[in-house]
Design a protein around this ligand. Structure first.
Ligand code: ADP
Ligand code: MG
Length: 335
């Protein structure tokens, strides 16, 4: 188990990159942290991996303190691996040798066996003899992951593992991480995985626990569904998916009673609003075709525009429609 307690890290020029972050990673758990660029994601990963010294706070792995680079000759911890955003592969040796290097202290027969196993797992067998610059971004990413998991670390940390990948590769890497954590039965203890991202589409579906990072602070932590339905702030709401945020007084447009505070913010997810025959009139402002669904922006007044999904393919910009709010309580944001 990896536990971080009240981690803080500042850089010169008074940049507080990480502020008072506490988080626990259980064996076999997948945790995703989502935050905008500059919110401290990479800095936090480096702290967790023992690659950066914290100003205050500490990281523990199974109750033993993870030392920072100032306390250790070779920075890093033997049970914790960090896959950097830029992969950091050795440019002049093959994909196979990049992976084998992580196993250089193992006996040769085992090393050959394990490298073959990793190549297969990460679908790299066909490109194993190529140099990193001769393979695709997805293959580079999978090489970096294969190398990181080669000696079966307890903790795998990944910095934006999906950001450079196209959709098929995103799904491949997602399934790879999922399998890695879920299907290591018999091996003790299972790997745990923490990844950071600026985009929740992958995080929501894969993570057991989701956290929202803002300006170095962990502002919310919980089950993905909890964060999606009950975000603490407008930032957390936007980080977890498409959303319309309106002042409570405008909810009366839907014929709903308004809360005590008319300026309180209400978080409306697209699936809470639907087109209907009767309901609040509005004008379609934009139509986004999303394949399995169509996303619409509908202006209800000069000040209020809502986003919703529909299965109707005949809706056009400028069309007059009626919308209703699903018959369930709406969620008020705290800030
Ligand atoms: P993210 O990965 O979420 O984009 P980072 O952890 O890279 O965020 O950066 C968080 C903040 O810390 C940013 O304001 C960044 O400019 C600053 N920062 C990161 N690394 C350094 C560094 N080595 N020196 C100075 N400032 C840094
Ligand atoms: Mg980063």
């Amino acid at each position: 188990m990896l536990t971080a307690t009240k981690l803080t890290k500042s850089f010169s020029g008074d940049v507080k990159a990480v502020r008072n972050v506490s988080i626990t990673l259980q064996p076999g758990q997948i945790v995703a942290l989502v935050g905008a660029s500059g919110s401290g994601k990479s800095t936090l990963l480096n702290l967790l991996a023992g690659l950066t010294d914290a100003d205050t706070g500490e990281v523990r792995f199974n109750d033993e303190r993870v030392l920072g680079p100032s306390e250790k000759l070779v920075p890093g911890h033997e049970s914790i691996r960090l896959v950097h955003q830029e992969y950091q592969l050795m440019p002049n040796v093959s994909v196979r040798e990049n992976i084998a290097y992580a196993l250089r202290f193992f006996e040769k027969n085992y090393r050959t066996f394990r490298v073959n196993e990793l190549l297969k797992l990460c679908r790299l067998t066909d490109v194993q003899d190529r140099l990193p610059r001769q393979v695709s971004g997805g293959e580079k990413q999978r090489t970096a992951i294969a190398r990181a998991i080669a000696d079966k670390p307890s903790v795998l940390l990944l910095d934006e593992p999906f950001s450079h990948l196209d959709l098929p590769n995103r799904l491949l890497v997602r399934d790879l991480l999922f399998d890695l954590v879920r299907h290591q039965s018999g091996e003790t203890p299972p790997t745990s995985c923490l990844f950071v991202t600026h985009d929740t589409t992958d995080a929501l579906s894969i993570a057991d626990v989701l956290g929202i990072l803002r300006d170095g602070k962990l502002v919310q932590l919980g089950a993905p569904a909890e964060l999606y339905h009950r975000p603490v702030s407008a930032y957390a709401a936007r980080m977890t998916g498409p959303v319309t945020i309106v002042k409570a007084k405008y909810v009366s447009l839907f014929g709903r009673p308004v809360s005590d505070n008319p300026d309180a913010l209400v978080c409306l997810r697209p699936e809470q609003i639907s087109l209907s025959d009767v309901g609040t009139p509005g004008t379609v402002r934009a139509v986004y075709f999303r394949g399995s669904t169509v996303e619409l922006d509908v202006d209800l007044s000069r000040y209020v525009s809502v986003r919703l999904f529909t299965s109707r393919s005949d809706v056009q910009v400028g069309q007059l429609v009626n919308v209703t709010l699903v018959d369930a309580p709406v969620w008020y944001l705290r800030s």
